[in-house]
Design a protein around this ligand. Structure first.
Ligand code: 13P
Ligand code: SF4
Length: 318
């Protein structure tokens, strides 16, 4: 097994891409990349998508190795869904801060207080929290999943903003865990004021991880892939004054600007950068494939329980 690691400077971008593609074929690996990943990393991916699309790909792949260019909970979900595959996370410190905000002890206490409540956890949670849950959701299917359980009291973890959006949309009685995504939670009415002042005829599209006051001002609320789909379907019909302001991680606006260079596409704010997502770099993807690092494991007892909750989500989001 070659143990040499390549540092950033040893190989050019083109050499890295060539070597990654060769290794991927040789090892029958698949590279899944979340759409917040850096554009260089997206170049070598077999599939790029949001959390729901990628978890479906992870469940269906025939590859022997899954290289997950994303964050910890995504690689863990892939391992839960495909236990016989080797799942690799190229940057071991790519950990989602929101997923770390919910702990099993606290969740168990809440469950004991509301024994009849259904627990729905956002996929941005640890395997242990998933194992304590009845069903998982992503931002693309959260409203549908909550709506399915709306006749019962619901404990929703960890994202208070997504939970609030689901309770407003469905009318469900929900207890919200106090977690949040720092990237989206930092969007403010001030950001909207500035973006709209500069581009008054642009529509505001925001991710439901954004705070209540931002959601209230949005023209469209949707997950990463739903925002992209909205732009794909509407941008050609927009005149030269119209356009879109994208209220989610900056990569989505950057990518759409490259795809539609003549259109008015702006990020809601330049501060919307997920540092954890960006910590995966091309040379780390190469090292990951070369040295088969960093392998993700989930304890079998936990995996089985978490799988039940994930499968429930996949069943309900068909
Ligand atoms: P989606 O991929 O479900 O849009 O979620 C965004 C996100 O924050 C992923 O970490
Ligand atoms: Fe976590 Fe937010 Fe980064 Fe997604 S964008 S990985 S929810 S911190």
């Amino acid at each position: 097994m070659p143990a040499t690691k390549n540092t950033k400077k040893e190989l050019s971008k083109e050499e890295l891409i060539e070597k990654i593609l060769k290794l991927k074929k040789k090892k029958n690996a698949v590279i899944l990349a979340h759409s917040y990943q850096d554009s260089e990393v997206q170049l070598v991916a077999d599939f790029i998508g949001d959390s729901l699309e990628l978890s479906k790909k992870a469940a269906a792949t025939e590859a022997d190795i899954i290289v997950f260019c994303g964050v910890d909970f995504m690689a863990e979900s892939a391992k839960i869904l495909s236990p016989d595959k080797k799942v690799l996370l190229p940057e071991i410190n790519a950990k989602c801060p929101m997923a770390a905000m919910c702990d099993t002890e606290g969740l168990r206490e809440l469950k004991a207080k509301y024994p009849k409540a259904v627990v729905i956890s956002y996929i941005n949670s640890s395997a242990e929290v998933k194992a304590e849950s009845d069903c998982i959701c992503t931002s693309a299917n959260a409203v549908k999943i909550v709506d399915h359980y709306k006749d019962k009291k619901i404990i929703f973890t960890p994202d208070k903003n997504l939970g609030y959006y689901c309770s407003m949309t469905t009318g469900a009685d929900m207890i919200l865990w106090n977690g949040y995504c720092y990237v989206h939670d930092e969007f403010s009415v001030g950001d909207i004021f500035i973006a709209k002042h500069e581009n008054p005829d642009c529509l505001l599209l925001v991710h439901p991880e954004s705070p209540k006051e931002v959601l209230e001002k949005a023209d469209f609320i949707g997950s990463t892939s739903q925002i992209v789909k909205f732009v794909e379907e509407n941008i050609e019909n927009m005149n030269e004054k119209a356009g879109v302001i994208i209220g989610t991680e900056i990569e989505i606006a950057k990518n759409l600007q490259l795809r539609f260079p003549s259109k008015r596409i702006y990020p809601l704010a330049d501060h919307a950068v997920c540092v954890q997502m960006k910590s995966t770099e091309l040379y780390k993807v190469y090292n990951s494939l070369l040295n088969e690092e960093y392998e993700i494991f989930v304890e079998e007892e936990i995996r089985k329980k978490a799988l039940k909750a994930l499968n429930k989500m996949l069943e309900l989001s068909k």
